[in-house]
Design a protein around this ligand. Structure first.
Ligand SMILES: Cc1ncc(COP(=O)(O)O)c(C=O)c1O
Length: 409
């Protein structure tokens, strides 16, 4: 009998981490490597937030806190949901966890039984399917494509519910739809009317709950107006978990603070999971998050403008690469170009580009540019570029990608 659990055997290690590790090894071996695999802002956490953590330390805020977050942070989260999303929550509907990742994990652990299905639109953030597997559920992937700008159209969802379809998205066993806009890895954002069309489908399936991951809410472009499902369709409020965090908006990825609000029965169950695993998230970082949410929000706009400028440059340069088609994202800091025009070709060093994994590997080995291949996100043939990097680094990387593609025969 294996020492390791059968559940773990169903889970794969993070492919984004694998790419980052390979890039690090090549760098250590003296290679000139540009890493565009990591999903984090490349600037420092604002001073006012760092100062808040220091003040908390000096004030002795170093003990266990309430397991689901200090009252001050839960109040700041309630205020944030009211201010930014027009959503009314009370503090007992809120939980704070160690990153948005733990919030999602707690929710899945708290609700999934063997046989329960979770619909995940692809391309998806790499962790969703494996978290579902770890929690004992079954991920059901609903595919989207470049033609629909990576958006899960209501038609696709309806089509997938036909009993004949093996990949039926919604079945009687469906417990959750995990929704993410703007999306990692595509940057696709759902407009209010598009979101409304989706929520109407969910209204016809009252047994399906909605887990919305709004992590990139504040990084949107061209005047895109962010909406979240419970705001667009209040009838879904009683079965929606609205997840967010400070990682991306406030350049706080290492601080590990995420939060969610939702129906009390669900949030209570998530508290129970957290009470027997990590207990409270770090006390000092909770105080930093209070400052992030309650302090001046003026930094958010220039940050989004900076990412928009980089997006424009990266999209233009990648579309100029032979065989690459790069859609224009509405938010986040990723692009997810198709490499359909490169498949079947051979690189200058003799690698046959059979799929997007071969493309990304050859790109790294032959040009030193590290990107993550599309299969990791559930839609091929693509690759993901994180453009959370300095302009000159991005220009250099895109020039190398263009040269690599031009060298394919
Ligand atoms: C879509 C999405 N959700 C959640 C997370 C996790 O965020 P956190 O750093 O708060 O755990 C990430 C991080 O990459 C993400 O891209």
């Amino acid at each position: 009998m294996s020492f390791l659990s059968a559940t773990l055997g169903r889970v794969k290690p993070s492919p984004t981490t694998a790419v980052t590790t390979l890039a690090r090894e090549l760098k250590a071996a003296g290679k000139d490597v540009i890493g565009l695999g990591a999903g984090e802002p490349d600037f420092d956490t604002p001073l006012r937030i760092r100062e808040a953590a220091k003040r908390a330390m000096d004030a002795g805020e170093t003990r266990y806190t309430a397991l689901d977050g200090i009252p001050e942070l839960k109040a700041a989260i309630v205020a944030k949901f009211a201010r930014d999303n027009g959503l009314g929550y009370t503090t007992d509907q809120v939980i704070v966890s160690t990153g948005g990742k733990q919030v999602l994990f707690n929710a899945l652990m708290a609700t999934l039984n063997p046989g329960d299905e979770v619909v995940i639109p692809a391309p998806y953030w790499v962790s969703y399917p494996d978290m579902v597997l770890l929690a004992g559920g079954t991920p059901v992937i609903a595919e989207t494509s470049l033609q629909t700008s990576f958006k899960l159209t209501p038609e696709a969802l309806e089509e997938a519910i036909t009993p004949e379809a093996l990949e039926a998205a919604i079945t009687p066993q469906t417990k959750w739809l995990i929704f993410n806009s703007p999306s990692n890895p595509t940057g696709a954002g759902y407009r209010r009317d598009e979101l409304m069309a989706l929520t109407q489908v969910l209204l016809r399936h009252p047994h399906v709950w909605l887990m919305t991951d709004d992590m990139y809410e504040h990084i949107t472009f061209d005047g895109f107006a962010f909406s979240t499902p419970a705001q667009v369709e209040p009838a879904l409020y009683d079965r929606t978990l609205t997840v967010n965090g400070v990682s991306k908006a406030y350049a706080m990825t290492g601080w590990r603070i995420g939060y969610a609000a939702g129906p009390g029965v669900l949030v209570d169950a998530m508290r129970k999971v957290q009470s027997q695993s990590t207990t409270n998230p770090c006390s000092l970082r909770q105080w930093a998050a209070v400052e992030a949410l309650n302090g001046p929000q003026a930094d958010l706009v220039p940050n989004a403008a900076l990412f928009q400028r980089r997006r424009d440059m990266v999209v233009e340069m990648l579309n100029a690469a032979e065989g690459v088609t790069c859609p224009v994202p509405q938010g986040a800091f990723y692009v997810y170009p198709s490499v359909a025009g490169c498949i079947g070709k051979t690189s200058a060093a003799g690698t046959v580009i059979g799929d997007d994994e071969a493309f990304s590997r050859a790109l790294l080995e032959e040009t030193g540019v590290a990107v993550v291949f599309g299969a990791a996100f559930g839609l091929s043939p693509h690759f993901r570029v994180s453009y959370a990097a300095a302009d000159d680094v991005l220009r250099d990387a895109c020039t190398r990608i263009q040269a690599f593609c031009a060298g394919l025969t």
